[in-house]
Ligand binder design. Structure first.
Ligand code: DC
Length: 488
């Protein structure tokens, strides 16, 4: 009989984020996925545990953020993903058993709550993925560490099921303890991890949520692996034929492309990730905003691919010539000082028809280098329509004048679409406002990530800094005026 070898290949830089509360089975699942897909497994919780161990060992106060940070940066922390449990080494000393004791579990959340500690951990966690693809488990992996992870899983289970598993783990290690004690400890730790101000445990809106309370381990692993494969497949761009594309462009848009296309070539626009904007379903193109040149460059970057509707501030529809352009392109006027139900209705209708809608979720032009904050409108639109949102990031549009800013790249970057896979689970826990906030926070992180990728190619230039310094006071004044009636 022929030997059949399963194809385990996933692209080499695949990043799989596994989040969930204590005892939800993250480690077992993440390790199994890493093995199956030949990726590096990283237990991010072990890093917070190691620092907690070192603090206890040296009598360092858990409240002293600077002291903890100094300890962490000076230490050589190594993780070795072994078969059963990640082995942890602090300055060469094997502390794998010490980091899994009740004393650590009682104090780790206090250490993990410090913003400076989290920033240092996140930096280190991201560095793993620079070398090769990873499966990383933790609390903020899909929301903060890798907001653009290739696939995100949120594991959950009832409190009783999770406490039972922790109890068994403790007993296997010889830590004698009672079910009630572990239950109380797990509950208290979840509360601390979910209520802290900095990167709390939350369900990433685009994660696949798997509740494994009633699943056997095998079922759970199978379900998770299937979910990952499905998501990777869904996120893979499919190329459309030139003929099918051009037939979708209306005369009005052909006209717009004829103007903006050549302009973008004169300015030297580079387009990244255009394949993520397939014109096969209504998508929200959710773009950061720094300059009036953003919409024309977006149009230019979609040349020949179809048409779209842009949601634009109503002020632009008042006077010629902007009025003529925005009307010609069937843009959607929006009032920003109130919740503009008409604008949302129109955008939702277009999306339902399968058209793409451009939306600037920051609500106004912001400062170069400081994207966000994303406002609640994007989440409201996504929840209502369940349309996927392609993150779009502009760079260089504030300083793009032919011949005068050769150092700053003029770029538009498209990221893979964000789909609200976790909506049902989120609706069980949060109201619409809470879900919109989570979506906004995710996009804040995504813009920072896209910016970081661009700055890694070309660091922020002097002219960008100058344009940011000029814009900052104006942006703050305008923000106070435009959104004064919106409660945050
Ligand atoms: O996954 P774990 O139980 O080993 O994590 C230990 C603690 O570390 C957890 O209670 C909160 C913190 N943690 C975190 O804040 N962020 C992560 N990404 C991972 C863990």
């Amino acid at each position: 009989m022929n030997r059949v070898v399963e194809d385990r290949t996933v692209p080499p830089h695949t990043v799989i984020a596994i989040d969930g509360p204590a005892g939800s089975g993250k480690s077992t699942t993440a390790r199994a996925l890493a093995e199956r897909f030949d990726l590096l497994y990283v237990d991010s919780g072990a890093m917070y545990r190691a620092l907690t161990w070192a603090a206890l060992d040296r009598g360092q106060s858990f409240a002293d953020e600077a002291g903890l940070l100094a300890m962490f940066t000076a230490a050589d922390l190594q993780l070795d993903p072994a078969r059963r449990e990640t082995r942890v080494f602090w300055d060469g000393k094997d502390i794998s058993d010490q980091v899994r004791t009740p004393a650590i579990e009682a104090n780790v959340s206090a250490v993990a709550a410090h913003p400076a500690i989290r920033a240092a951990m996140v930096e280190r966690q991201r560095s793993f993925a620079r070398r090769r693809g990873v499966v990383m488990e933790g609390r903020d992996i899909g929301s903060v560490v890798f907001p653009l992870a290739s696939a995100k899983i949120y594991l959950d289970a009832s409190l009783a099921a999770r406490a039972e598993r922790r109890l068994n783990q403790h007993r296997r290690r010889g830590n004698e303890t009672e079910f009630e004690t572990v239950l109380a400890e797990v509950e208290a730790r979840d509360n601390r991890d979910s209520s802290r101000a900095e990167s709390p445990l939350s369900i990433p809106p685009d994660a696949v949520v798997i509740d494994n309370s009633r699943l056997s381990l095998d079922e759970q692993l199978e379900r998770t692996a299937e979910a990952v494969i499905t998501v990777l497949d869904e996120q893979r761009p499919r190329s459309l034929t030139a003929a099918s594309l051009s037939s979708r462009v209306t005369i009005r848009y052909k006209f717009a492309y004829a103007v903006f296309g050549p302009l973008s070539r004169i300015l030297g626009l580079t387009i990244h990730g255009r394949e993520h904007v397939e014109f096969d379903e209504g998508k929200i193109l959710a773009a950061n905003h720094v300059s009036n040149l953003d919409p024309p460059m977006l149009a230019a970057s979609l040349e020949g691919m179809g048409h779209f509707r842009a949601v634009a501030k109503e002020e632009l529809f008042r006077f010629w010539p902007s009025r003529m352009i925005f009307k010609l392109l069937h843009s959607i006027p929006i009032k920003r000082s109130i919740f503009d139900a008409d604008a949302f209705d129109t955008a939702a209708e277009y999306l339902a028809e399968g058209q793409n809608v451009v939306f600037f979720p920051e609500g106004m032009r912001r400062v170069v280098g400081e994207p966000g904050p994303v406002r609640n409108g994007l989440g409201q639109l996504m929840m209502r329509t369940e349309a996927p949102a392609v993150p779009v990031f502009f760079r260089g549009t504030t300083v793009a004048v032919p011949g005068s800013s050769p150092n700053t790249p003029l770029e538009v970057t498209f990221a893979p679409p964000v789909r609200l896979r976790a909506l049902a689970a989120l609706r069980n826990r949060l109201d619409d406002r809470g879900i919109s906030r989570l979506i906004a926070q995710l996009f804040d992180q995504i813009y920072l990530e896209l910016q970081a990728r661009s700055f890694a190619r070309t660091p922020m230039t002097t002219e960008e800094r100058e344009s940011a310094d000029r814009a900052r006071p104006k942006v703050l004044r305008k923000e106070a005026k435009t959104f004064r009636r919106e409660k945050s």
